[in-house]
Design a protein around this ligand. Structure first.
Ligand SMILES: Nc1ncnc2c1ncn2[C@@H]1O[C@H](COP(=O)(O)OP(=O)(O)OP(=O)(O)O)[C@@H](O)[C@H]1O
Ligand SMILES: [Mg+2]
Length: 367
């Protein structure tokens, strides 16, 4: 619980805009509330304003308009050493003249912690990043990934209330990266640390976060828990950016509540859920996940529309099959099926019928 006694809004961005040159806004209209103890990830393409947002939150950049609040107080009114923020930057700057141990001891020392407590905390933080043997090295004597791990340990060693991390695992190999993903989330949850995490790795975002804010063009395109983001993208950008996605273009023919009919450009009619379309006659791009495409009739609703597809390629991946289809002119339509005993292995050239639940097929903006 925060000092103000509320569970939400530990970090608040209120109508924040940022321009570096006084002309173009790199952050256009940011409204965001991060609850106490929440793990929030900012995910978005390069240049979408993620680091800029962290820098403003850390107090190294000022917002051009709007306000950022930390625990109910405007960030500017809190002196940096009282903000209790731990940080890992994209370029993980360590103090070059200090050893690993001294780098980690520094944030504890400035907080007035005694020597034996410091040693315990330093050891624990180094063990977490598997760097216990490197306590006497200097940063220049470490690899990039090792430096990154030390930067991570230094940000967490004083158990801050808020941690900001900007691509903290970018320099690590897959195995170490997955280990650290697990360690960071475990530690954050165990200690009740509020975390704002930046990455452009969507798997990392989905697996680590309570909520993910998808950035593009200086705005949050969608803010939701991982499962909602993946299963219910609100617009074409989010549907394309998160996970694998099939698209079919067409025109809305009919809308009735939660159901609409789309006439594809090839003339076929399909059922869909109207998500980001509102009028009959509107161009739409419908979006459907490969694992929600069904060729097995027994798994489809009786009244489901089906559509003809030509098999172009069958890829055996062990646990799953990836079948590339030509559907309504789209030659990159992917169907992903689990390798179950009753699952058919299609051959190139086969003509099949596929379908889906209309709720899994989302009519979105034309992009
Ligand atoms: N100090 C600066 N002065 C001027 N422009 C800047 C500055 N820092 C960033 N920008 C610009 O602001 C925009 C957003 O940059 P930012 O670093 O926030 O993106 P990002 O989402 O973190 O990207 P990446 O994933 O590549 O790290 C970019 O167009 C960038 O060129
Ligand atoms: Mg960045």
């Amino acid at each position: 619980m925060s000092a103000s006694g509320t569970d939400d809004g530990f970090v608040v961005f209120d109508k924040v805009q940022k321009s570096y040159d006084g002309e173009t806004l790199v952050v256009k209209d940011l409204n965001l509330s991060v609850g106490k103890g929440e793990f929030l990830t900012m995910l978005g393409p390069s240049g979408s304003g993620k680091t800029t947002c962290l820098m403003m939150l850390a107090g190294f950049e000022t917002a051009t308009n709007g306000e950022i609040l930390l625990d109910g107080k405007p960030i500017n009114s809190v002196p940096p050493h009282k903000r209790g923020i731990g940080m890992v930057f994209q370029n993980y700057a360590l103090f070059p003249h200090m050893t690993v141990g001294e780098n980690l001891g520094f944030p504890l020392e400035v907080r007035g912690m005694g020597k034996s407590d410091r040693e315990t905390k330093i050891k624990r933080a180094l063990d977490m990043v598997q760097m216990g043997d490197f306590i006497n090295r200097r940063p220049a004597q470490l690899s990039g990934g090792q430096q990154q791990r030390i930067a991570l340990a230094r940000a967490l060693v004083f158990e801050p209330e808020l941690v900001l991390m900007d691509e903290p695992l970018g320099a690590l190999d897959k195995q170490l990266r997955e280990h650290m993903q697990f360690e960071i989330t475990r530690l954050a949850h165990d200690l009740g640390i509020t975390t704002v995490y930046v990455t452009h790795d969507q798997t990392e975002a989905l697996t680590m976060s309570d909520n993910v804010a998808v950035f593009d063009d200086g705005r949050i395109q969608q803010l939701d828990p991982p499962d909602v983001l993946y299963e219910a993208p609100k617009n074409s950008f989010v549907a394309q950016f998160i996970g694998e996605n099939n698209t079919l273009d067409g025109v809305v023919k009919e809308i009735k509540g939660e159901h609409c009919v789309v006439q594809l450009d090839g003339g076929e009619l399909i059922d869909a859920k109207p998500v980001n379309v509102s009028n009959v006659g509107e161009r739409t791009r419908v979006s459907i996940r490969p694992e929600r495409v069904e060729a097995n009739k027994s798994r489809l609703a009786e009244d489901a529309h089906t559509i003809k597809a030509k098999v172009l390629e069958f890829i055996y991946m062990g646990d799953v099959f990836r079948t590339r289809l030509k559907v309504a002119g789209n030659e990159n339509f992917i169907m992903k099926t689990r390798n179950a005993p009753d699952q058919v292995r299609h051959k190139p050239g086969d003509m099949i019928e596929i379908g889906w639940m209309p709720t899994d097929c989302r009519a979105l903006d034309f992009g």
